[in-house]
Unconditional design. Structure first.
Length: 308
């Protein structure tokens, strides 16, 4: 079983419009609603790949009820903890003329001390039997900035490999707790290390405590610094579409490869193919299966000569 944690879950709304123009009214041509937040996107992709997946985190209010109803229609097992405050919404506005996406993210509910304690208990229980755990996304108001570091230590104590996908101070503190893998993008790496060069930043991030670091280079693919070596993985060509959730699909590919114990180049191939196939899908947390299978044989992975 793979456990995903989404402390700041959301109901994701995707609006498709013919063209997005500031200060203008728009006719929406399609509305798509899905359970969201980074960890839930990861969980849905993992489930689509055939992995037994459990999702925990927080959900509350009328929005939380909608999220849980939608999650019940997927293979992902719901182990979310109830909060008094309502779950947030996120809105992605897709300009179908250009393919550009504008994202609007609400902050989320304020989580109280008793709710955090209830989550910690649930999380600790779920670690028993987990093959791996992913800690994903932003922290909702009310949760202390060292929360992910705390959860990393709990997972390590339980002997469960842990992936951390967050940013800012939660990433800085979390990486010091020595997770098995962190997956920042280039901007998040630069903020963490002060280095703008992706290769230097990835290696410096690994030196801060993570066993491995996989950095997203956007449409150029992934850069990975691992104990076995340093690799770049890239799709065969740039992919146009909705990039929302592409990074989450890459995380799912890395987790899938981890629990399957595949070599790092194969993990990166899976992650890049899933990410690109998600860009070709209209909704975050989903991917185009045909495109994924076709891309698996075309992703290019190269090993850098300088090892980390």
């Amino acid at each position: 079983m793979i456990l995903t944690v989404t402390l700041n879950t959301a109901v994701d709304l995707t609006y498709r419009v013919p063209a997005l123009t500031p200060h203008a009214s728009h006719r929406v041509t399609q509305v798509i609603e899905r359970p969201g937040g980074k960890g839930l996107n990861v969980a849905r992709v993992l489930a689509a790949l055939g992995h037994e997946t459990v999702a925990t985190g927080f959900a509350g209010g009328a929005t939380g009820a909608v999220l849980r109803e939608q999650l019940a229609a997927t293979p992902v097992r719901d182990e979310l903890v109830e909060t008094e405050g309502p779950t947030r919404r996120t809105v992605a506005i897709v300009d179908t003329a250009t393919g550009d996406t504008t994202q609007l993210n609400e902050p989320g509910p304020s989580v109280g001390a008793a709710e955090w304690a209830a989550f910690r208990t649930r999380f600790t229980e779920l670690l028993d039997g987990a093959a791996a755990v992913a800690l994903c996304g932003s922290l909702p108001p009310g949760i202390h900035v060292g929360a992910y570091a705390e959860l990393v230590r709990l997972a390590r104590t339980a002997g469960v490999p842990v992936l951390l996908d967050t940013s800012g101070e939660p990433l800085r503190r979390g990486i010091a707790a020595r997770p098995d893998l962190v997956t920042p993008n280039a901007d998040e790496l630069a903020q963490l290390t002060g280095a703008r060069d992706p290769l230097r930043a990835t290696r410096e991030a690994r030196g801060r405590g993570a066993r491995a670091v996989v950095s997203s280079l956007g449409p150029e693919g992934l850069l990975a610094a691992t104990p076995e070596g340093l690799w770049r993985a890239a799709p065969p060509a740039p992919v146009k579409g909705n990039p929302t959730g592409a990074g989450d699909s890459a995380v799912a590919g890395l987790l899938s490869g981890l629990v399957d114990d595949t070599p790092w180049p194969d993990r990166l191939t899976r992650a890049v193919a899933l990410s690109a196939a998600t860009v070709l899908s209209p909704v975050a947390g989903e991917f185009d299966p045909g495109a994924y299978e076709e891309l698996l044989s075309r992703v290019k992975v190269t090993e850098e000569t300088n090892r980390p």
